[in-house]
Design a protein around this ligand. Structure first.
Ligand code: SF4
Length: 349
């Protein structure tokens, strides 16, 4: 092992002389899973801690959004969604439970499948638009197609989120972070250019891919920059990410959506961190099309997802972790998605 490139990188990380109290956040849920699957956490040198961030779309979506989707289903609309969302608990029920109770709720792989359902059933069909900059362009393209095809029974219930404003909010709060392992997929859309604010916050960032070598080399780069007091964003995933990102995707996104304030689980309301439909697409906005009577309850007791998403605690610090909250019986959203930190900790140890 020590002879291979990966083995040498692993040795370099394990023996690195890092500043005590170094706290690095892996922003992306796919990184959380890869880190635990490859056992990278066991290579961290003394004084270095890796914490998960708000990069799992299911996890950061507030209960109210699920409550709204449930209300729409009860009002007779067909709800279409990526499969993960169905198991996320709302404040009183989940979409999975509502489906078992007879509501028309369907898991789809793409918003284009939802368009197809709308076209064939003629019923009011709502797609749950959840995700980050990676998913948003295809949802924007579906919105354009719905307008082009004059699909009058298709709409979007949006909870789309932007990563940079969330990172800015984390930096300005008391999270004690030393640097960011930046998401590969999101960065492929927004580009390295989107992280200029990290330098102003005197924090290094490294855009990383998802192989063990990508992650370990990126952590070494982060620790080296921290030791030298270099605060810039390095693209360590150049085979996929460009400085300018994907201009075509960003332009489709900007044609359909505009930044808006948005509520994040654990982080509260963050200015400009969500995406709202532009006036030209207002007819596709489920919140404008329907009077939604969401039946919300106070936040569930005991779940510390919000603290996990801010990197303040590791999942086992939650009293429900792997006891009453397990992947087969999730209490909070961080246990639902395979990309959720709590789920990754249970699955990979
Ligand atoms: S273990 Fe479950 S209840 Fe606790 S923070 Fe994670 S998701 Fe929430």
């Amino acid at each position: 092992m020590a002879e291979t490139k990966l083995g040498k990188l692993a040795d370099r990380l394990r023996t690195f002389s890092a500043r005590p109290g170094t706290k690095i956040m892996e922003v992306c849920g796919s990184h959380t899973v890869a880190i635990r699957r490859f056992g990278v956490q066991r290579l961290l040198p003394a004084g270095v801690k890796l914490v998960s961030g708000p990069g799992c779309p299911v996890c950061v979506t507030p209960d109210l959004f699920i409550d709204e989707a449930i209300a729409l289903a009860r009002q007779g609309a067909t709800i279409t969604s990526f499969g993960d969302m169905l198991r996320v608990p709302g404040s009183r029920s989940s979409l999975e439970r509502e489906r078992a109770g007879g509501s028309d709720i369907r898991a789809v792989y793409s918003p284009l499948d939802a368009l197809q359902i709308a076209a064939t059933t003629q019923k009011e069909t709502v797609f749950l638009a959840v995700g980050f900059e990676t998913t948003a362009p295809v949802i924007a393209a579906a919105a354009q197609l719905a307008v082009e095809k004059k699909l009058a029974n298709f709409s979007l219930l949006t909870s789309l989120r932007l990563v940079p404003p969330a990172l800015k909010a984390l930096i300005s709060s008391d999270t004690g972070l030393s640097g960011f392992l930046l998401p590969g997929h999101v960065s492929a859309i927004i580009g390295r250019q989107a992280y200029g604010f990290l330098a102003a916050g005197r924090l290094p960032g490294v855009i990383a891919g998802f192989q063990a070598e990508d992650i370990i080399s990126s952590l070494v780069l982060l620790l080296e920059m921290q030791n030298k007091g270099i605060y810039k964003t390095v693209n360590n995933y150049a085979r996929v990410v460009r400085d300018q990102g994907n201009e075509r995707s960003r332009s489709v996104l900007a044609e359909v959506f505009t930044p808006a304030d948005a509520e994040w689980r654990g982080l509260g309301s963050i200015p400009g961190s969500g995406l709202a439909l532009r006036p030209a697409f207002a007819a596709l906005d489920a919140r404008k099309r329907f009077a939604i009577h969401a039946d919300s309850a106070p936040a569930r007791r005991g779940c510390r997802c919000g603290d996990v998403l801010r990197g303040l605690i590791d999942p086992p610090a939650c009293p429900l972790f792997n006891r009453s909250c397990r992947p087969d019986h999730p209490v909070g959203p961080c246990m639902v998605s395979s990309e959720g930190s709590c789920s990754a900790w249970v699955t990979y140890g």
